[in-house]
Write a protein that binds this ligand. Structure first.
Ligand code: ZN
Length: 223
């Protein structure tokens, strides 16, 4: 039988082992520091049935949120859903004006066109938000990039380069602002210390609901 892959094993001072299937069908195992990997793998293999059925359900749900690129389907942009119309003929393969319009000649690469559109929109919007917060709070960053990271929404390097995930452009502006101010705050506080959250609060006081939104809905920001 094939071995069950643990996507993330989190060790801590906890006393018991817990298994969790994430919305994108990953298995997270939380375990006490002292318990051997062998014991954990044994337990996981005993729970095979439960894990596999949970994973299948999560995967099906996840697949259902993937886009099919048909007229009437909705696409998120800045937290709002806009519908797609497939058109007969148009000069630009994909454009946006109150709705998304995609030329039917480009259906075969619809996903790439949408990603390109989203990346561009993310670049423009994040640059605008960065300059707003930099002007207001005297932050200085080196450069910023739009990335395709699987898990991270943003990051800040030791050299002061900021990275932001293009999928953020699907989220409400307050969520984008939270990630932008979060990474800007890392220019001054590297770790998620009490000082970090305190500083962030002075810059973006309503960060908590935005953070919560991302934790709850982040897995839906896919196409
Ligand atoms: Zn951080």
């Amino acid at each position: 039988m094939k071995k069950i892959i643990i996507d993330n094993l989190i060790r801590s001072k906890r006393r018991s082992i817990s298994l969790e299937i994430t919305p994108d069908a990953k298995l997270i195992v939380r375990a006490p520091n002292k318990i051997s990997l062998r014991y954990i793998e044994n337990l996981v293999s005993k729970k095979r049935k439960w894990i596999e059925s949970k994973r299948m359900l999560a995967y099906e749900k996840y697949r259902a949120t993937c886009k099919k690129f048909v007229s009437g389907e909705e696409f998120l942009y800045l937290g709002r859903a806009y519908s797609l119309t497939i058109t007969d003929k148009q000069n630009i393969p994909l454009f946006f004006q109150h709705e998304f319009r995609l030329s039917k000649d480009h259906l075969s690469n619809a996903r790439q066109l949408f990603i390109k559109w989203y990346k561009n929109a993310a670049l423009t919007k994040i640059e605008e938000r960065l300059s707003l917060y930099c002007d207001m709070f005297a932050f200085k960053y080196n450069k910023f990039n739009i990335t395709n990271a699987k898990k991270r929404w943003g990051s800040c390097s030791v050299k002061g380069s900021l990275n932001f995930n293009w999928r953020l452009i699907m989220a409400p502006l307050s969520v984008i602002d939270y990630v932008v101010t979060h990474e800007l705050t890392h220019l001054k506080e590297k770790n998620h210390s009490i000082d970090f959250w305190g500083k962030l609060k002075t810059i973006f006081p309503e960060y908590a609901p935005a953070k919560q939104w991302l934790r709850k809905n982040g897995h839906l920001l896919i196409i």
